[in-house]
Design a protein around this ligand. Structure first.
Ligand code: ADP
Length: 161
C-alpha cells in the first residue's frame, strides 16, 4: 500500500492546499495531512482549529487522514512508516526553499524520506496563507482563496465582516 504525508502549517487552509490534497489522494492509497504544531510561530489558528478545519474540508475524501505533529518531520515519518512527503510548488521562489527542505529531510532520514512535488494549478499559483491573512485583516474578499466556512472563521479572527 502506497501512503504519503503532506506536511504544512495550513494557517489557514486554502484552495491551493486542497487541490494538492485531492491530487495526492488520487496518486496514493492513503494520504495523511500532517499539520505542524510549530512553537516558534504564532499561528492565527490553534493546532486544534487547523486540524478541525482540515477534517471538515476533507470529509468527502475517504483516503485522507488529518493528524497533527510537532518536531522534525523525519522523526514523525519514521515513527509512522512514511517514506514520501508531498509538497506543493507554486513558483520558482518556492523551488529553492522546497529543494533545501527536501534535501535536508533526505539527509536527516538517512535516505528514508523522499519528497514528491506537485506543481500548483495555475488557478491557485498566486495563493498563500499569508496573503489570505493580509487580505482578510483589511476586510478584503477571500472567497476565491478559501472554502466559505474557512473564510467565515478567518474574518471572525480579525473581527471583520
Ligand atoms: P509551510 O509548511 O511552509 O508553512 P504551508 O502550510 O503554507 O507551508 O503549505 C504547505 C505546502 O503546500 C507547501 O509545500 C506549499 O508550497 C504548498 N502550497 C501552499 N500554497 C499552495 C498553493 N496555492 N498551491 C499549491 N501548493 C501550495
Amino acid at each position: 500500500m502506497k501512503k504519503a504525508i503532506y506536511p504544512g502549517s495550513f494557517d489557514p487552509l486554502t484552495f491551493g492546499h486542497l487541490d494538492i490534497i485531492r491530487r495526492a489522494a488520487d496518486i496514493f492509497d492513503d494520504i495523511t495531512v500532517g499539520v505542524l504544531d510549530n512553537h516558534t510561530k504564532t499561528p492565527l489558528f490553534s493546532i486544534e482549529e487547523r486540524v478541525n478545519i482540515l477534517k471538515e474540508a476533507t470529509k468527502d475524501m475517504p483516503n485522507v487522514k488529518v493528524e497533527s505533529f510537532s518536531g522534525l518531520l523525519v522523526e514523525y515519518a519514521k515513527n509512522n512508516g512514511y517514506h514520501v512527503s508531498v509538497r506543493g510548488l507554486r513558483a520558482i521562489t518556492d523551488f529553492e526553499y522546497e529543494l533545501q527542505i527536501a534535501q535536508t529531510n533526505k539527509m536527516l532520514s538517512g535516505g528514508e524520506l523522499d519528497t514528491m512535488f506537485l506543481t500548483s494549478d495555475v488557478e491557485f499559483s498566486y495563493l498563500s496563507s499569508s496573503g489570505v491573512k493580509e487580505i482578510a485583516s483589511f476586510g478584503g474578499d477571500i472567497s476565491h482563496c478559501v472554502p466559505e466556512f474557512v473564510a467565515k472563521l478567518v474574518y471572525e479572527k480579525y473581527n471583520v465582516k
